[in-house]
Design a protein. Sequence first.
Lengths: 533, 533
Amino acid sequence: MKEHASASATAPPRTAPTRDPSAADAADLDASTRETLAELRRQLAEINNVDGALSLLDWDQATYMPRGGGPARARQLGSLGRIVHGLRTSPALADLLARLRPLEERLPPDAPEAALVREARRDFERASRVPTDLAAAFREHGAATFSAWMVARPANDFASMRPYLERTLELSRRYADLFPEHVHPIDALMEEHDRGTTLALVRSIFEPLKPELVALRRAIAARPAPDDSFLYRDYPAAAQLDFVREIVSTLGYDFERGRLDLTHHPFMTKTSLGDVRITTRVDERNVERALFSSIHECGHALYEQGIALDFEATPLAHGTSAAVHESQSRLWENLVGRSRPFWRHFFSSLAARFPEALGGVDAEAFYRAINKVEPSLVRVEADEVTYNLHVMIRFDLEVALLEGRLAIADLPDAWNARYRDDLGVEPPDDRLGVLQDVHWYSASIGGYFQSYTLGNVMSAQLFDAACAARPEIVPELESARFDALLGWLRENVHRHGAAVPPLELIERTTGKRLGIESFVRYLRTKFGDLYGV
Amino acid sequence: MKEHASASATAPPRTAPTRDPSAADAADLDASTRETLAELRRQLAEINNVDGALSLLDWDQATYMPRGGGPARARQLGSLGRIVHGLRTSPALADLLARLRPLEERLPPDAPEAALVREARRDFERASRVPTDLAAAFREHGAATFSAWMVARPANDFASMRPYLERTLELSRRYADLFPEHVHPIDALMEEHDRGTTLALVRSIFEPLKPELVALRRAIAARPAPDDSFLYRDYPAAAQLDFVREIVSTLGYDFERGRLDLTHHPFMTKTSLGDVRITTRVDERNVERALFSSIHECGHALYEQGIALDFEATPLAHGTSAAVHESQSRLWENLVGRSRPFWRHFFSSLAARFPEALGGVDAEAFYRAINKVEPSLVRVEADEVTYNLHVMIRFDLEVALLEGRLAIADLPDAWNARYRDDLGVEPPDDRLGVLQDVHWYSASIGGYFQSYTLGNVMSAQLFDAACAARPEIVPELESARFDALLGWLRENVHRHGAAVPPLELIERTTGKRLGIESFVRYLRTKFGDLYGV
């Protein structure tokens, strides 16, 4: 399904480490076990090295590769994907893991060696479960679907995508069937990105959240909208990039261990813990685009740059799940980057760079403009209130498709009906409707969308916990000091990498299970103040 | 010795193809042979794909990788190097090659399938001859030596490099011993980069060439030197890069299949035939540096961009040797880029970009300045006349070292003595002497330097043949039309890739064996005119 390691390609420890799992503690191991562990680390490093090369091939393709490199790049990605799959499922690795099982069972689950062996075993077992022909089918069908979508989307041609999506649905179901221990097919798919997350859990979050969002959206719709016309004036690209670099650098992004480049779609990737790259796109008629996508990707990168360096070249050297990753990107993008104190500090610097566009605008007006709530058709451009309604529509449709209650042929109608009901808008065409997101057109239906909203919910719960522990966090935003916030996140989230599974991490760091209270309070307070509702 | 494929990782066909070896001609092969050939191509493509990834890892390290990525990048290069070595020497490949031997013996040697199998076999056999521990020793010692040199060179500390060089010499000899079929150890080392080239051949070129060069240098020294002070005025970087892009693009470099970036040391690399990249460096106080290094790398790239696309992902998709590669880079850099007609066309464009630096200078004065002959200490900055004397010094010292006639401890004295005798200059320190070139400090003594001078000699012989076949070539330079020249090179050199071995290629395309006549005539004519000698 997934061709090489991402943030989530690792497994949950059965209980949480209560001490730093990066601290080596092999003194009480015999020489033969130490040697076996060293060989395991060597083989894991080999996997990690090829994964790093794959990340670079991807990054280069999106940034600097000349057009003529395309066909060979696809072959290179295919070869390295096969090679790393071979390493990931090799008999030699199976043998090492078998020899280390007694150790894993003897050690306390929070011992660093136990976490390492457990994560390695999970990765091995999941990779080994996928037959070679299914992996190849995902790869080939994924590439074919994506190419077809690149043509069909601008042509507003859903009909041509129907056979592709039907095949995608079939492959997604076959993949889910490989993991019959999961109650629902979407659980098996979510396990790949958000381990431990079930349909029941997602529903326990989405069901109470949705009416809150709908109510807030309706209340706001009855109030006058702020003026945001100045966001769409002339903003020369070079000055935007200069400002973006200042911002992410001030937030704590380490340019010695990363870089910022331009791509069509912004993303974060890493070739190693010492090389965590972000990308952005610039729209000279929209000052929000580069700015907030950069802060978002910076949030992802701060997470990866904060992982304990002892984890380097092991399966622990990744964010623990897609949702926790989104919690970091959305926390910096929204709770920090769209906050009033943040702009009390940074607005003058922005206005100095764009005196014409922002003449006569003040920090408060800018703050109101970037937080305008308006139901829209496109998820990636949605405000903080309506964004999660977009996500819920996709998630519910995925569940219905996987359960066989909805046919691909009926997907556009179902999509449009939900937009009418939940957001009060109707797509004029499929281009702005069911064809908009890449996810379903990359050979996977189900498993990812939930992470966006779970991440938003987590971001508020984490921010509350951080502010409770370090009350200076919010006051310091106004003087662009982020040490207390970043320090708390590093200590409680980032450094643990994938050693602590996502839901347990949230519970440990916030003192309670994942719930919507913080997020709802955050939205009500912020938008209540902004709109007087 | 070499960790992944370069231009020269391929083998000489026993006789030359007399028809296009890229033309498929498998009609008379039985189904089983066709299947074996297809499997061979598949395995060769896998090797090629990993080599492409290795090239990208190297390129990125030299261009955009943040400093923090260094340690992991070394590991990634190591892993992929081991993986590709494993593929290159795999029993599966051995088996295929054994099954294809009857085909290879049955087909005429110029059949495309015969060339493919032969090149694949040579690559396999050479790679298989190198024991794993020696390959690892080269890799590790190479990295250690290079790091030590990076410190020792600025510190002018040859003494600290002595043990490294002694080990390098030992490893180079051990490598040569693996190929006892060669008469002289340097023959075994040269075979890696310039197959078919022997010490006897190099001497047959260098021995008559050296007195010609020394005589010309002496004659020129007695004449007044042209003014070149304007080359060292202020040349803003952006305008230099803009001009360089115009030049290489006009020469025929295809930016759809390549790109130009900045690096500390300029180079050409490719990830596939569709992605051939060049790099340059800019010195704002020296207009020659970016300009001529770019034309030089462009010459290498035109060669690779001109290889028959049918060869893609096979061992034929490389330039045929280091010397032939240098013949292409030096032809464009010197015979074209430092010619009078070239600057009759381009000088006005250059002067328009740098009106202050070039105020009062005309095309003829510029032409004279960039062709100033002056014995100097540094090879890479040498003029066309003295450049080859630098190369001969290094080559002779390598032979003496490999034969045990010279000890590493005596190398600086031997170096300085030769500079005094051959060039009439004496290095004030080892930094400008024996420590200057990276080659010996990358774990190899012997095998490469000869290619620079052989390339220069080839460039003139090829250019003469091209002009004889297409008399419009030189007149067209003045109007910046390079189609006739590039077309002739494409047809006679580039498209053949590694299918024709270097010395045979020269003989076929020029109608005579490699000799110094063209090069000596070129130098005498050009510098005779410039200096009145």
